[in-house]
Ligand binder design. Structure first.
Ligand code: NAG
Ligand code: NAG
Ligand code: NAG
Ligand code: NAG
Length: 339
């Protein structure tokens, strides 16, 4: 009896002392987000993988720091990194969503984030374009994509009724939603899409994701923005990060509303990462992991889009298709490779 009584007071103490502490848990205002690297189509002397700089600048613009998530690492290395960072972004690109270094790393982070959620540990994942497609594969276990005519076109979003209550869009100012819905400011560069029909037919996807926006290529309707119901996972088939940071294609929108809406997307995801309390074991390890250790390379002309850099680590090249400034002096590697 006494034991029970004591137990009860313990539970009460737990509820009154621990619960408020959890509820008022402080935001992590030093979020670090992983951005996944991917294989270059053709390895070059300078390296065989890259991260496009726009994703890095996109996250930095909203107050995050970035670490590269290299391909071809061991499970243990990925797990260690998972426990150190506050979210991960799967960028767009052109590798297999089933069999590539990118796909392998993505699947490990996805599984770890699912497991973490069941332990009350919040770990957000964002997929853009290829990353969106990767999420549909990881969730359904199937490639459910259909060819669409969407290679290089900016579109206004068609919001679903569910979008109004979504975590992603519900905090956006009305003028930003209105611009997204009426102006062609979301850039699509994909040959494959998840059609609304395929989504409707997939129980795995229907149960997991809410469709927030759709688009169509004139013939086929496809899902363009989604968020998971029970996990902090988000996907856009379009490219929010390009609007302020990529200048090589005429169809990339740069209007004030295009850039402003990009910022709200970045702000949302970085705020999700601020809810994660993962930390590097030491400040030194954090410093050594940050992307600041890698020199960006300005790829400039279209001929040299696909390649570049690697100081100090040849496993990660930063593709700066849009760096307006140019690489830091002393680390400049000229791009001489026809791509
Ligand atoms: C693809 O879409 C573009 C507009 O974005 C259009 O000009 C072109 O005719 C379309 N091609 C096909 C094959 O439908
Ligand atoms: C969305 O909401 C509008 C206005 O409330 C309603 O007319 C429409 O039927 C709804 N659409 C769906 C698919 O639920
Ligand atoms: C998918 O399902 C929604 C909701 O049931 C429906 O409104 C829509 O027409 C369907 N779309 C297609 C292409 O099947
Ligand atoms: C990753 O591993 C594959 C297969 O072993 C190899 O071909 C590729 O060069 C590696 N890439 C990097 C960047 O380590």
């Amino acid at each position: 009896m006494t034991v029970n009584y004591n137990m009860k007071s313990f539970i009460c103490l737990f509820v009154f002392i621990v619960l408020p502490a959890v509820l008022t848990k402080e935001m992590n205002n030093r979020p670090v987000i992983g951005v996944l690297a991917q294989e270059l189509y053709k390895p070059l002397p300078l390296g065989s993988s890259y991260i496009a700089a726009s994703y890095v600048k996109y996250l930095e613009s909203a107050g995050a720091r970035v670490v590269p998530v290299k391909i071809n690492q061991t499970y243990n290395e990925y797990e260690r990194l998972f426990n150190a960072i506050n979210g991960v972004l799967f960028p767009g690109g052109g590798v297999s969503i089933v069999a590539s270094g990118y796909a392998t790393a993505a699947s490990i982070f996805y599984e770890l984030a699912i497991k973490a959620k069941y332990k009350g540990d919040y770990f957000p994942i964002w997929g853009t374009c290829l990353g969106f497609e990767e999420l549909t594969y990881l969730t359904s276990g199937k490639v459910l994509l259909t060819a669409t005519n969407t290679s290089g076109v900016a579109l206004p979003l068609i919001f679903t009724n569910d979008s109004a209550e979504s975590r992603l869009f519900s905090g956006f100012p009305a003028d930003v939603i209105s611009a997204l819905a009426s102006e062609p400011i979301t850039e699509n560069s994909h040959q494959w899409s998840l059609t609304t029909e395929s989504y409707n037919k997939s129980k795995e996807l229907r149960d997991f994701y809410s469709v927030l926006t759709t688009n169509n290529d004139g013939n086929v309707e496809f899902v363009s923005t989604m968020e998971a119901y029970d996990f902090p996972f988000y996907g856009t088939q379009w490219h929010p990060e390009k609007n302020a940071f990529e200048w090589t294609r005429s169809y990339i929108p740069h209007s004030p509303s295009a850039v402003k809406s990009m910022f709200y997307m970045a702000d949302f995801f970085v705020n999700e990462a601020r809810k994660s309390s993962h930390q590097f074991p030491s400040e030194e390890e954090e410093r050594d992991a940050l992307i600041y250790n890698y020199s960006p390379i300005y790829t400039g002309s279209k001929r040299c889009q696909k390649l570049v850099s690697l100081t100090p680590d040849p496993a990660v090249a930063l593709l700066l298709s849009a760096l307006t400034g140019g690489p830091p002096a002393g680390h400049v590697t000229q791009c001489h490779f026809p791509c």
